[in-house]
Design a protein around this ligand. Structure first.
Ligand code: GKR
Ligand code: MG
Length: 415
């Protein structure tokens, strides 16, 4: 059994004008859909970033994987390293955090290979990760301040959300539609007093929902300490209030709130420094850049050993990613928090049967061998065509924000 063919399809999927500390989401988010076909016809599916650097890396590595045994995941990594000797990161130079290309590419191909393994064995993917420790995986509502609609378009169904009260309404809608039992707010957008008020109002409206806020390093150390102290007893954790290991350690030392990160600990070799400096108490896993699904479970083991909590990060994504997140979360004993997901903001999918449906804020790993999802080829073709015509070939939240507000300037920290 060998890999015979690999197909990579970049897609554009509709997104909403969601705000963060660097700007606003463009009308389309980009992903790459990966199909790995074995010589017996077994098909494995994967999903990764759609940025040009990630796509170029995937395209360059793919031919080197033809002939590989789909069970040989160490060799997968070795072949990716050999195919991409220049390495590098996948994000823009201006990004405050980056992901190693070779990890991203290995991660991207590990999922379809494990999907194939599951199909060959007739076992769900979580069984290849040690078996499931929970039947259903809890996800958090991912709340964003947002503009009413995209440039030149009528307001979308969520309308404008730019005040604490409007955010409570957004949260009510999320909880009503999907049953989420935890709430995460993307912060660093409004002035700090308003974001503190937003979290307090969410606490009043949802007294028993765990709450978290993540400004993506959008605050100075001083602002972050003020906000952290104001929200002690309100939040379960505070995610990436500031940028940099030392700045995070300074904030961590000044508050009883646990700090979480998907921005300063992105690779295994960054964990030791973070622990030494006391910079974080929770690390967010993400199988797209930690090295894959198995690496995510290894990360969880390291965190358990070091007394760190584990949560899960997300970007705008489709159902192959959600299925993979759910399998790995189901097989991670110490995943101690509800996983992040942008999925409800997407609302469309390229998997058979349409978008996966949350029930009481949770999702069971899709049934069936491997990932348990198949491709809807008509939808895939539709979003592939959109990629070719939509005019977005790179994520640039700042450039798009300038179209709303020509005077806008990117500043991290912003407040
Ligand atoms: O979608 O605006 C966004 C988020 O800020 C995303 O880019 C982050 O990667 O959700 C992510 C996070 O937790 O930092
Ligand atoms: Mg984050």
């Amino acid at each position: 059994m060998r890999i015979a063919e690999i197909r990579l399809t970049p897609v554009a999927i509709p997104d909403k004008p969601l705000l963060n500390c660097k700007g606003v989401h463009q009308p389309y988010a980009l992903r790459t859909i990966i199909e790995v076909v074995c010589d017996d016809g077994t098909l494995g599916l994967g999903e990764s970033y759609g940025s040009s650097k990630a796509l170029a890396g995937l395209r360059k590595a793919a031919p080197a994987l033809v002939g590989l045994d789909p069970f040989h995941l160490h060799e997968l990594h070795a072949r990716v390293l050999a195919a991409l000797p220049e390495g590098g990161g996948i994000n823009a130079k201006s990004a405050v955090a980056d992901h190693r290309l070779t990890d991203v590419v290995t991660s991207a191909f590990e999922v379809p290979l494990m999907d194939i393994q599951g199909k060959l064995l007739g076992r769900p993917l979580y069984d290849l990760l040690g078996g499931k420790v929970r039947d259903r995986v809890p996800f958090a509502a991912y709340l964003f301040y947002k503009f009413a609609g995209h440039i030149g378009e009528a307001p979308d169904e969520w309308g404008e959300v730019m005040t604490p009260q409007a955010m409570v309404e957004e949260a009510r809608r999320f909880v009503g539609l999907y049953g989420f039992g935890s709430l995460k707010l993307k912060g660093g957008v409004l002035e700090p007093a308003l974001e503190i008020e937003t979290m307090r109002r969410l606490r009043e409206a949802f007294p028993s929902h765990p709450l978290r806020i993540d400004p993506n390093g959008g605050w100075t150390v001083e602002t972050a300490i003020h906000i952290a102290r104001s929200l002690e007893g309100v939040l379960e954790y505070l995610e990436d209030p500031v940028i940099g290991m030392d700045a995070m350690a300074e904030v961590a030392a000044a508050t009883s709130l646990p700090l979480a990160t998907n921005m300063i600990v992105l690779q295994f070799d960054q964990i030791a420094e973070a622990v030494r400096k006391g910079a974080v108490r929770i690390v967010l896993s993400d199988h797209h850049y930690w090295g894959g699904l198995r690496a995510s479970t290894h990360l969880a083991k390291v965190c358990e050993t070091l007394g760190l909590g584990v949560s899960m990060h997300s970007n705008s994504h489709l159902g192959i990613t959600l299925a993979a997140m759910t399998h790995v979360a189901a097989a991670t004993p110490n995943l101690s928090y509800a996983c992040d997901t942008h999925y409800p903001w997407t609302g469309v999918d390229i998997i058979e049967g349409g978008p996966l449906a949350f029930d009481r804020g949770t999702l069971a790993p899709p049934p069936g061998p491997g990932l348990g999802v198949g491709l809807d080829r008509a939808r895939l073709a539709e979003f592939a065509a959109l990629y070719d015509t939509c005019g977005v070939s790179e994520r640039d939240d700042t450039a798009y924000m300038k179209q709303f507000d020509p005077g806008y300037e990117r500043r991290v920290p912003r407040w």
